[in-house]
Structures are given as structure tokens and as C-alpha cells.
Design a protein around this ligand. Sequence first.
Ligand code: NAD
Length: 314
Amino acid sequence: MGAGHARYITDSVDGAVVTAFFDLDAARMDALAKELSAKSGATINLHSSVDALVNDPTVDAVIICSPDGLHPEHLELCVKAKKPTLCEKPLAPRLEDAKKIAEIVKASGVPVALGFMRRFDPGYVQMKKEIQSGKYGEVIQIRAVSRNVSSPGATTAGMISNSAVHEFDIARWLLEEEFTTVSVAYAKKTSHANPDIQDAISILAHTESGVLMTVDNCANSTYGYDVRVEVLMQNGSLALNNLGDLTISFDFDLPARKSGRLHDNWIGRFTDAYIGELRAWVASIKDGVVNPNLATVDDGIAASIACEKGIASL
Ligand SMILES: NC(=O)c1ccc[n+]([C@@H]2O[C@H](COP(=O)([O-])OP(=O)(O)OC[C@H]3O[C@@H](n4cnc5c(N)ncnc54)[C@H](O)[C@@H]3O)[C@@H](O)[C@H]2O)c1
């Protein structure tokens, strides 16, 4: 994900340039630095600690793409150095840690955004417009599918805190309400997963107003990156399909959907969303005007509250 963000900044975001990296994998860092400085002409400093990176005078802002459990520690170092930060989701894998780091971030006053990029995906943006248009009545149910091709390090709790956290965030953003109950049901285990994890699962969640959301989550689908959602409304069904096209079933019309090859992973499916998110984040730092679609630490806490309820039901 870090390489993805660095490439998007270099190729598609005006007003920002990559000037430094830190990763434990020195060879990976070196290869990416060579690739990107050849394009941008900028020198990219390679560091051996987060502390050194955040105190590099060429660094005005930081993107954290380390593994989930390191986000609180790395975020604390960024805000101590007063560097505006985009931290990949989740705020932390467990709610208790998310709350602690949220307090530190808020006390620092340093702007921090979270990487819930679906808020910038053209399909989800269009879906929100359709929901709010009033044409289809109220939302009554959400049926989401989220399947990764392969997730060697996944855990059952991680399928919720690392993966389904996206569904909680985007549903909160679409509906503008919170989740009150979350439970998890197990499917038969796929033989493609480590036998210690319960892959696949279905998550059942209710919002304050009674909308039911189900999320079919699979960490090792093998057949392709398959992320889609149907929002059932009183008078129609909005479907954001596998390849990102939004189709609406209304008045007995069933529109054609995009067909073709599934993506390997999130990078291909959500390219526009990552670029939109990065442009909004860079603009918010340069102009000091926060884009309301950028996820905040409060959004991170709200998503973590929902995830924690799901984890408690395992
Ligand atoms: N928003 C999204 O759509 C999205 C998609 C994928 C991943 N993510 C998030 O991005 C983060 C990274 O995920 P990934 O898939 O790129 O994982 P990854 O394992 O491919 O990459 C993690 C990188 O962190 C480095 N690293 C490990 N420990 C470190 C440390 N102590 N200090 C510095 N670097 C360290 C590793 O060497 C590796 O290069 C995770 O938090 C994940 O949840 C978000």
C-alpha cells in the first residue's frame, strides 16, 4: 500500500512530491526510491527509523502504511513531530488502542486523516447521491461482499478489523448513522486458508434506524478481488458491482452490468479512490481547508466500535 501511495503521489497528485521513506525492507525501499526519483527528479532520503523520517526537514507530511498493529506507535511519532498525517486504516486493530491514540492525536491538534478511500470512489460517491436523491425512499438493507484473493497472514479477528472495517466505514458514510449491533456467523472453512482461521464469515449488523447490513467476507477467495454492495431501498435496488459500475434496478428495469476480468487486489479496483483521497488530503494541508469526505480519527473510532462488537461475537 505504501508503494501504491508513493506512486500515486508521484504520477497523479499535483503539489506534492515524495522525499523520504522508511521501511524495514531496505531493498524494497531502495528499488522504489530509484523508480520514483527517476520520474520526479526529487532526491528520496532513505531512513532507518520512523523517528528519523518524521524529523527529516524535507518531510512536510507523512503517510503511514505499516502493518495495522503499528499504526498507534507510528501515528504518535508523527503528531509529536507536528507532521500532518494520512494513516492507513484501521486506527488500531483493537478499540482500546484506537481510543488511546485518538486522544493523543486530538490533544496534539495535528491534522490526521485515515485511509478510508472508498469515500472517494466514483461508484460510492454516485451511490450516496442516489440514496440522498429521495427518488427511491429510505434504505432498508445493505448486502455487501468483500473477498480478497489471498491473505496469508489473516486472522479471523483481522478479517473484521482489517477488511470489514471498510464496510463499516463506507456504510456509516452512506447512511450517516452508527451501528448498534454486530454479530458474526461462520461459513464452511475454505481449504485455501490457514486452518486456524475461520474463512469465510458473514457479518450481520444493525444501524440505529434498523438498517440491516450483511457482509460476506472471505480472505482467500482465489478467484479474484470481489468487492461489491447492494443497497436495497424502499423502491429500488442500487448495486455497486465488482468492476465499480453502479446499476439501479427500478420500475422492473434490470440494467446490464460491466463484465470482464476481476482485479487482483484493491490497487486496481480503487485506483481512482486512492488518487482522489490523496489529492483531497494534499489540498487540505496546503489550503488548510479540510475535505469533509476525508475520514477523521472520530470516524476511525466509530468503525473500530463496530469491529469490536463483531470481534466480541467470535
Ligand atoms: N486502504 C486500503 O484500501 C488498504 C489496502 C491495503 C492495505 N491497507 C493498509 O495498509 C497497511 C499496509 O498494508 P500492506 O498490504 O501494504 O502490507 P504489507 O505487509 O504489504 O506492507 C507493510 C510494509 O510495512 C513494512 N514494515 C513492517 N514493520 C515495519 C516497521 N516496524 N517499521 C516500518 N516499516 C515496517 C514492511 O516491510 C512492509 O513493506 C495496513 O495497515 C493495511 O491495513 C489499506
